[in-house]
Design a protein around this ligand. Structure first.
Ligand code: SAM
Length: 335
């Protein structure tokens, strides 16, 4: 694998569409540097909609490039030029990203950067960046760093004063929010919930009162169990299961958590990739002291002090510690 080491950083322009002498579109060409890099690696082009475009040498630094979450058409011209112009593309799974690069006839060398080799690979990548190389980071799909590797690389590159550029594009979280029909003025990105039910319920209890739409990534095999825990912890809040966004079998199923839990609990696990959205909690007036005591007593008839406090705190939005303290008092008073 050949790497070039640009030594004249000032000469490196960011990609910007320009005309070129040879009929192909030139992206941010800077003659001296581009000439040198093109000698190193002649194929700095990409092909889109049947037209071949030349990509200029990139500004040295780390370029964070969003890629499609299913539909290969969902990529920007700037992303393509950046991938074609990069000295090396860091990909989570190089075989998976090959399909995208082949589709756009991008020849840049790829290198694996994933959670299992990140710690070991990072010093070498930071060295290359410090030497003035242009590296592009992509993930299997969507926006790198969003439930995907890259955060530490960005943090450490930033600490070294390396230029970091964002090439924004698809992300499953935002795609789901745009079709879900739930409030989008405030949303809370939870990412993946814990895989085990006890840990998942504890986490849901902790985020139950956040006044925002919750955005959760979920595996199809866990969807039914997660919906059941969501319904138990959050009650019948409106929710959306957005599946296979931008793909052939795209589906958006809306309901409340109870009905969605019942639906997926009684059918086979769906196929594909899933984002779950949960609407914000309803605003409620705090219950009167007597009402709260009645509710705690009723809950203590069937639940432990801890479970009763958790359930009532989640429902009312009162601090769990306060409800727990009151439940302890009332629990002791019960003969
Ligand atoms: N970085 C990606 C992004 O920006 O969306 C997310 C990566 S995360 C490892 C993968 C998860 O994203 C999947 O398990 C699923 O929850 C969600 N996802 C990715 N593509 C999706 C799609 N086309 N439809 C629905 N959910 C998707």
């Amino acid at each position: 694998m050949a790497f070039s080491t640009p030594d004249d950083k000032e000469n490196c322009a960011r990609p910007a569409l320009q005309g070129s002498g040879d009929g192909a579109a030139m992206l941010g060409e800077t003659p001296i540097r581009a000439k040198r890099l093109q000698q190193d690696r002649p194929e700095r082009t990409f092909t889109a909609l049947g037209a071949k475009a030349k990509a200029a040498a990139l500004e040295p630094g780390l370029h964070i490039v969003a890629t499609p979450i299913g539909n290969l058409g969902d990529i920007t011209l700037r992303a393509l030029a950046t991938l074609a112009g990069a000295d090396v593309i860091l990909a989570e799974d190089t075989r998976m990203s090959r399909r995208l690069l082949d589709h756009y006839e991008i020849q840049s060398p790829m290198m694996a950067y994933h959670e299992h080799n990140a710690a070991q690979t990072r010093p070498m990548l930071l060295r290359r960046l410090s030497e003035g190389q242009a590296l592009a980071l992509i993930s299997d799909a969507g926006t790198p760093l969003i439930s995907d590797p890259g955060y530490r690389l960005v943090a450490e590159a930033a600490a070294l004063g390396i230029t970091i550029r964002s090439l924004p594009g698809p992300s499953a979280a935002l795609a789901a929010l745009t079709v879900g029909g739930l409030p989008t003025d405030r949303f809370f990105f939870e990412g993946f919930l814990p895989a085990k039910s006890a840990a998942r319920r504890a986490r849901l209890n902790a985020i139950a009162r956040i006044p925002a739409t919750l955005v959760i990534y979920e595996a199809p095999s866990r969807l039914a169990d997660s919906l059941s825990d969501l319904a138990a912890e959050l009650g019948p809040r409106p929710a959306v299961v957005a599946r296979e966004l931008t793909k052939l079998h795209e589906e958006t199923r809306r309901g409340d958590l109870l009905s969605l839990a019942a639906h997926y609990g009684s059918s086979e696990a769906p196929k594909g990739e899933i984002v779950l959205l949960v609407g914000p909690p309803a605003e409620q007036a705090a219950p009167a002291v007597e009402e709260l005591d009645d509710e705690i007593r009723a809950a203590l008839a069937t639940l432990s002090v801890r479970d009763a406090a958790n359930a009532i705190a989640a429902r009312t939005g009162l601090p769990r510690r306060e409800v727990y303290a009151r439940a302890l008092q009332l629990g002791r008073a019960v003969p």
